[in-house]
Design a protein around this ligand. Structure first.
Ligand SMILES: Cc1cc2nc3c(=O)[nH]c(=O)nc-3n(C[C@H](O)[C@H](O)[C@H](O)COP(=O)(O)OP(=O)(O)OC[C@H]3O[C@@H](n4cnc5c(N)ncnc54)[C@H](O)[C@@H]3O)c2cc1C
Length: 429
């Protein structure tokens, strides 16, 4: 097969790239290693009325997120006001979270100031390590970046363009469902893992488990976990500056544990979230009865997520159940009907959750996005400099790189379209 462009991976970035390639009339093919599209966007349906996202769940930065345009046409529901840090259970007492919130605001302001001065230290060094709230702040960082706060660059964290309060919307039927529906019209070669890319000659040879493809350009959207592991070999090897960028953007881990109950076990507790946080245990946050359902979703991040994932599914369920019982009593433990647990580190096509720039390596995302020899292009969440770690950041990055490819192929007809504008337009059809 001969094409202009091979798109490797059919996650949010690959889907965005394919939609843009079709719009730009680029002869292209999408190859995907797994048996399904979506990558880190994947929803299961454990019980009637309950959808569980093993990966992305929230439409972040909603007012700028192009994927929000899909909600109405696809009949999806979101919750637009979400008091998501309410209810902290600390040393056997419920707190309203005000003090923790004050500490968090102070910590984020301090981080923004340091980042503004060009400091690229680890995030953990931006706040008072002796504060009783520091472990809770560390926990939020480990969820936001899937990496512990001592391993996240402060400038990287502060480069994210949040759009304000109530701009993170959970999707009832699953963000994974939304992305799978959006990508349903994209032709994809499934079970066709790319094993080697030979770009030593004029034509690029892409070796896949489904056969070989000849192309003039390749767009890789696989995670930095996959790139770091060397699952795709390159001839010649990628240049040192590219390997450094990949190495400076390792994937952390973040897992989600869904417990489904056979009845309402939360009774009068009517807050959206509950965070278990005492002196002897790492914090664990639960979404309680999302969209009124009889379920709870616990989340883990960073080294702790790796540790619990290694301990296994049952250990993860038991751990979450134990904390729920401590907060809500034994009823919460007795009525678990079924449970689903993600395990992103162990997924061979992802190898973790999402990327964090190492302290001191700010700029790695920009370098990761740079093409090699105008032949090999890179998209995916790790290449987004303002919406990293998100589904919409990945989606926009796929559009961005396809525009770049199109411009190199027809250099007389440079396309002035802004990637975000095109991403919005493609999501409006
Ligand atoms: C637990 C968790 C929670 C998250 N929560 C949110 C959230 O609430 N909101 C949000 O916006 N984002 C969230 N994210 C992040 C978001 O899911 C990702 O940033 C986004 O989905 C990444 O898309 P991508 O296209 O860059 O990569 P991927 O989704 O990883 O897509 C890459 C694709 O490449 C394929 N592939 C791998 N190797 C090969 C190969 N050799 N050949 C061919 N194909 C290959 C993979 O199978 C995969 O389908 C979360 C992620 C996780 C894990």
């Amino acid at each position: 097969m001969d094409v202009d462009l091979v798109i490797v991976g059919a996650g949010a970035a690959g889907i965005g790239a394919a939609k843009a390639a079709r719009r730009l009339d680029l002869d292209h093919v999408v190859v995907e290693a797994s048996h399904r599209i979506g990558g880190r966007a994947y929803t299961e349906h454990p019980a009637p009325g309950i959808w569980f996202d093993l990966g992305c769940h929230w439409l972040h930065s909603a007012s700028r997120n192009p994927l929000t345009r899909l909600l109405v046409p696809y009949g999806m529901d979101v919750q637009k006001t979400w008091h998501w840090r309410s209810g902290i259970f600390r040393n056997k007492r419920w707190l309203d979270g005000k003090k923790a919130r004050e500490f968090e605001i102070k910590a984020l302001d301090a981080a923004a100031e340091l980042a503004g001065q060009g400091e690229d230290i680890a995030v953990c060094d931006a706040y008072d390590r002796d504060s009783e709230w520091a472990p809770l702040m560390d926990y939020w960082i480990s969820l936001n970046h899937s990496t512990d706060s001592d391993q996240v660059s402060i400038r990287d964290m502060c480069a994210y363009e949040a759009t304000g309060e109530n701009q993170d919307w959970p999707v009832k039927q699953g963000l994974g469902t939304l992305i799978a529906r959006f990508g349903a019209d994209v032709p994809v070669l499934l079970n066709a893992a790319v094993t080697r890319i030979d770009y030593s000659g004029g034509v690029i040879l892409v070796h896949t488990k489904g056969g070989d493809i000849r192309a003039s350009r390749v767009l890789l959207t696989v995670s930095t976990g996959v790139l770091n592991a060397g699952d795709v070999k390159f001839t010649p090897a990628l240049p040192a500056w590219k390997q450094d960028a990949i190495n400076d953007l390792p994937l952390g881990n973040h897992n989600r544990i869904c417990l489904v109950f056979d009845r309402d076990v939360f009774g009068v507790y009517r807050r959206d979230t509950a965070t278990f946080f005492d002196d002897d245990d790492p914090p664990m946050n639960f979404c309680i009865s999302p969209f009124g359902s009889n379920c709870a979703v616990a989340v883990t991040g960073g080294r702790f997520a790796d540790w619990l994932e290694r301990a296994g599914q049952q250990a993860s369920i038991d751990y979450a159940r134990e904390r729920l019982v401590k907060m809500f009593g034994s009823e919460a433990g007795r009525h678990i009907e079924n449970a689903t647990v993600s395990a992103w580190r162990g997924d061979p096509w992802i190898r973790g959750a999402y990327s964090a720039t190492r302290p001191g390596a700010y700029g790695a995302r920009h370098m990761l996005a740079e093409p090699v020899d105008e032949k090999i292009y890179f998209a995916g969440e790790a290449t987004s400099e303002n919406f990293m770690d998100t589904a919409h950041g990945a989606y926009i990055s796929g559009v961005r790189e396809t525009l770049r490819v199109a411009n190199t192929i027809s250099s007389n007809d440079r396309n002035p379209v802004h990637p975000e504008a095109m991403a919005r337009e493609l999501a409006s059809c």
